[in-house]
Design a protein around this ligand. Structure first.
Ligand code: HEM
Length: 124
C-alpha cells in the first residue's frame, strides 16, 4: 500500500503509538495549572477509563480498526464551561506531545484539523 492510501491511524504508527500520544497529552492537560481543574479530585479508575476512551476515539477517528463506545463529544463536554483560552492551552499541549513523539508535519496537521472540527462541540 502506498503512503497516500494508508490511513492516518497507520501513518501515526497504529494502536500503541496513538495510545502513547493520548497518555502523554492527558497527563500534560491534568498537570496544567489552568486546565487541571477539569480533572481535580477524579479517581484513578475514572482517569483510566477516560484514557481508554480517548485512545479508542482517536484510533477510530483516524481510520483504525477500533470501535469508540463513549458518548459523543458535545455531550461529554457540555457544561464544563471550556473557554477559548482553555482551547488554546489544549492545542499548545497537543503540539508539544506531537513534537515529542516526532510526528511528521503532514500527520500533525491532519490530526489537528480533525480535532479542530470538534471545537464548536467543546468550547462554550
Ligand atoms: C480544552 C479542551 C478539553 C478539555 C478541558 C476536556 C476535558 C475532558 C474531561 C474533564 C473529560 C472527562 C469527562 C468525564 O469522564 O466525566 C473528557 C473526556 C473526553 N474527552 Fe475531552 N476535553 C477537551 C478536549 C477534547 C477534544 C479536543 C477531544 C476530541 C476531539 C476530546 C475527547 C474526549 C473523549 C473521547 C473523552 C472520553 C469520553 C467519555 O468519557 O465518554 N476532548 N474531556
Amino acid at each position: 500500500m502506498s503512503t497516500a492510501q494508508k490511513t492516518l491511524y497507520e501513518r501515526l504508527g497504529g494502536y500503541d503509538a496513538i495510545a502513547a500520544l493520548a497518555a502523554d497529552l492527558l497527563s500534560r492537560l491534568q498537570a496544567d495549572p489552568q486546565l487541571g481543574r477539569f480533572w481535580a479530585n477524579r479517581g484513578v479508575d475514572s482517569l483510566k477509563r477516560e484514557l481508554q476512551l480517548l485512545i479508542d476515539f482517536f484510533c477510530s477517528r483516524t481510520g483504525g480498526p477500533v470501535y469508540y463506545l463513549g458518548h459523543d463529544v458535545r455531550t461529554i463536554h457540555h457544561g464544563m464551561n471550556i473557554s477559548e483560552s482553555d482551547w488554546a492551552k489544549f492545542l499548545d499541549h497537543a503540539g508539544t506531545t506531537l513534537n515529542k513523539f516526532s510526528v511528521p508535519a503532514a500527520e500533525q496537521s491532519e490530526l489537528v484539523s480533525m480535532v479542530q472540527s470538534f471545537k464548536n462541540d467543546i468550547v462554550e
